[in-house]
Design a protein around this ligand. Sequence first.
Ligand SMILES: [Mg+2]
Length: 294
Amino acid sequence: MFDVSILTNHKPTRDFFIAVDSDGCAFDTMEIKHKECFIPNIVNHWELQAVSKYARAASEFVNLYSRWRGVNRFPALTMAFDLLSDWDKVVERGVKMPAVPNLRRWIATESKLGNPALEAYCDTHDEPDMHLALKWSKAVNASVADIVRGVPPFPHVRESLEKGREVADILVCSATPGEALLREWAEHGVDVYPFAIAGQELGKKSEHIAMSAGGRYDPSHMLMIGDAEGDLKAAKANDALFFPINPGNEEDSWKRFYEEGMGKFVAGTYAGAYEASLIAEFKTYLPEVPPWKK
Ligand SMILES: [Mg+2]
């Protein structure tokens, strides 16, 4: 199931290719996953009880309300630690962030930042920060499986996929674990639209696109739909076009895609001024400086 051959063996059946991110893009699952699943497990596993309020704010900023929105869970974790180390309120309380040297090195060198790779690493290395990272990451997945359900796709997602598949091969392209993706897409019956559902075990989003579409479609016929800067980068790394789903304004974005964006994409009038205006607007939703630093 979690094998890159589902991507590398893909043969085009349409002239166009659309990659769709899942969390916070097709589904309104970012809020519940981060606020109810990730953050309580960060506070608990990394012993941040004494600064829980700040740990929550830092994690929400990184994962939901900044240009880092949607980044993989492991770099997001160390980024939250770094923001906390640098936050005067945390320093005043004398709370030190966990030292995670091996985790930082692994993040810098491993391209498949998911539990399978981390588990394989832990099998052969006796490094406490890595074992704790794995324990935390598994606990997050258990919380997601326990808590996240009944969150349907945003309005106009199903309609867009339905209309899109007439002209395009559709790929789900996500940094979420594959098992959670399959569960969510099947729960709402939208798993019938994509030819593959690619999660973090199959590499980065840019790699998903390269493996399944690279050299097989005209770049002007390739589009990524996403809600984070990482999605934009994944698109541009493959010379693909990008359609943004604006965080907090997702319904309007999907309506715009359904009524306007998809038509322009297929007509060949998407690239240039139209795409640039959408991206400029999108960037105003994703600040670089945390609110407590202003
Ligand atoms: Mg997303």
